[in-house]
Write a protein that binds this ligand. Structure first.
Ligand code: ADP
Ligand code: MG
Length: 600
């Protein structure tokens, strides 16, 4: 009870009130309880963690592990506020390697529910049982010496009617718990996870040896043929995982999973870097999908930003941003150039129209345990490997090699509607949009030249003058010297006109008035750009767009042959720099299926 004395109005809150306030932050819903209990089990080096829930956790939550357990003395201690075995000093706070460290979860959970705990350590001949009601002092009893710990949480939010009102339906709470278990499973592939909901096994992920295998259990479809691997490092940081092949991107945002030192987190900085890495590889309106693991020296990342540990802060945000962006870009380029097979054809269930790539992204349930699953302990997975520093590969991402294509791979067949090129590439029927494909080729060349600081310019035979408004002319003048570095020479011509004197080498003819309109739009955004790259790419894209061959122009077979070879050499990218499609392909296999030749 709080009272105000005559001497002042400030009072220290009673302990149980403090606990319940803290609980409000840590335990927002049943899934948060599950998350905390799983983290404790992981920290206790468990190999198998079983989560059982009734009615979305609202009726009960039970987590059983086979970890190190607690002693008779430690077990009640674990329910004291700020009691932890994981942090000894302030110093440790800057190098946290365990999932927990605040010592808040168990007391918070216990203060808003009834808790029963069974635990024993390996050598114990008798175990310990604790019973607590609403955070009251635990009752300690003898129990059978089980291996590890089992915690049962019932009557959650018993003394919190307000909180209870905010909870959603049983299916909603269940799905949150499913997410939590899946994220834990992704973070700890060496641990066997099970989820049992109202007596039904809904998830079962036996231990596996690699992240990739675990991703395959959680998102089988995602793994099959729609992703490219990401692997990159720099001193003190390493990024690995998979990202969606742009050709299979969807409007959906599942999965978008980021783990920093094995914690599922949200990071606007990393999301932004991923989006930038995809850049124009991704068709408009589609989201990058990814399961990525970032491992960082623990003293360079702050996980103590929020009680739920969902947010992180990086000491070197800019460096992390760069690592992620380059890793994504590198993975995508590698994907296009190295695999040597048409990307469009990789799937099997794609419809012929090429528009309905209707495979489900939703996590599937793994029910049959594979034989001999590897036993990788959770600790092994999280550490930054000692060789990580050697893996800095992206000194110059532009030095993407131009891949020599053997022309026997390409046979130009003709042109359709003066717009589409019909070509046999390898054994696939390939239809290219002549404008977007040329645009992509020009863009890649310009971009490579720019990054290699090799942007040469070529004077136009007849400099073209374009009328502008006075503010437009002023904007161009302001950036005149920057544009010159891109090989673009523009000269003011009277008060409200500009003369295009030269353009970057290799782009040929340009539609100057249309280009200048786009350029002005690009320049108007330069003020907000966060990097030089962000300024330059749109300008190069505009250049490419307005010098690329237009739809409607007749193209001869040698031209078609050349453009197709150039497109292959530049990495068979499936979109133009503005995100429009460049290509549609049918493999021999798809044609066979289409004509019912399969099995002949
Ligand atoms: P934290 O995880 O931040 O240390 P918790 O309140 O979650 O705080 O847990 C308190 C302590 O209880 C832990 O530090 C650990 O020593 C012990 N503990 C909790 N759960 C388990 C478990 N499943 N197995 C073994 N020890 C546990
Ligand atoms: Mg904990």
């Amino acid at each position: 009870m709080l009272t105000t004395s005559s001497s002042g109005k400030i009072r220290i809150l009673p302990g149980d009130v403090v606990s319940r306030i803290a609980a409000g932050e840590v335990v927002e819903r049943p899934a948060a309880v599950v998350k905390e209990l799983i983290e404790n089990s992981v920290d206790a080096q468990s190999r198998t963690i079983t989560v059982e829930i009734k009615d979305g956790g609202l009726a009960s939550i039970r987590v059983t592990d086979d970890g190190e357990g607690m002693s008779r003395a430690d077990a009640p201690q674990a329910f004291e506020r700020h009691a932890t075995s994981k942090l000894r000093s302030d110093q440790d706070l800057w190098s946290i390697r365990s999932m927990g460290f605040r010592g808040e979860a168990l007391p918070s959970i216990a203060s808003v529910s009834n808790v029963r705990l069974f635990t024993a350590m390996q050598a114990d001949s008798v175990g310990t049982e604790l019973q607590m009601r609403g955070g009251a002092t635990p009752q300690v009893l003898d129990a059978p010496p089980i291996v590890g710990t089992r915690i049962e949480v019932t009557d959650l939010f018993r003394n919190q009617p307000a909180r209870k009102k905010f909870l959603k339906s049983v299916p909603t709470e269940s799905s949150h718990i499913t997410r939590v278990v899946q994220q834990a499973a992704l973070a700890w592939p060496g641990v066997h996870f099970k989820l049992i909901s109202n007596g039904q096994e809904t998830l079962n992920y036996p231990a596996v040896g690699t992240d990739r295998d675990r991703i395959g259990q959680v998102y089988p479809r995602f793994m099959l043929d729609q992703t490219v691997p990401v692997e990159a490092g720099q001193p003190g940081a390493r990024l690995s995982g998979v990202i969606v092949d742009p050709n299979h991107a969807k409007a959906s945002r599942i999965p978008q999973e980021l783990f920093v030192n094995r914690r599922p987190v949200r990071s606007p900085a990393v999301s932004h870097a991923i989006a930038e890495g995809y850049d124009s590889f991704l068709p408009k309106g589609q989201s990058p999908l990814f399961v990525l693991f970032l491992e960082i020296d623990p003293d360079r990342v702050d996980v103590n930003v929020h009680p739920s540990k969902r947010e992180v802060r990086f000491a070197e945000q800019e460096a992390i941003h760069q690592l992620v962006r380059r890793a994504v870009r590198q993975a995508l380029s590698r994907n296009e150039t190295v695999t040597g097979e048409p990307v469009v054809s990789r799937g099997t269930s794609q419809s012929i129209a090429g528009t309905e790539l209707s495979r489900s992204w939703f996590p599937a349930q793994a029910t049959s345990p594979p034989e001999g699953a590897a036993q990788t302990g959770p600790r092994n997975v999280s550490s930054v490997p000692p060789g990580a520093a050697d893996q800095l590969t992206f000194v110059n991402e532009a030095a993407e090699p131009y891949v020599q294509v053997s022309s026997s791979e390409v046979m130009a067949l003709g042109q359709l509607h003066h717009t589409y090129l019909v070509v046999q590439v390898g054994s696939s029927l390939t239809i290219l949009d002549q404008h977007t494909v040329h645009e992509r080729v020009l863009f890649e060349r310009l971009y490579r030249a720019w990054v290699a600081r090799g942007m040469a310019s070529q004077p136009l035979l007849i400099p073209e003058s374009v009328e502008l408004s006075a503010p437009q002319a002023a904007l161009l003048q302001r950036y005149q010297s920057d544009l010159e570095k891109l090989g673009l020479e523009l000269e003011p011509f009277g008060m409200a006109a500009v003369l295009v004197r030269s353009v970057p080498l290799g782009i040929g003819a340009i539609d100057a008035p249309a280009f200048l309109q786009d350029l002005l739009e690009d320049l108007s955004l330069w003020g907000q750009a966060s990097s030089l790259e962000e300024r330059v790419r749109p300008v190069l894209a505009s250049l490419a767009c307005h010098s690329a061959v237009r739809a409607g122009r007749l193209m001869g077979l040698p031209e078609i042959q050349q453009l197709t070879e150039d497109w292959l050499a530049e990495g068979k990218i499936q979109t133009c720099p503005h995100g429009r499609r460049t290509v549609f392909q049918l493999t021999e296999g798809e044609l066979e299926k289409l004509f019912g030749r399969v099995g002949w």
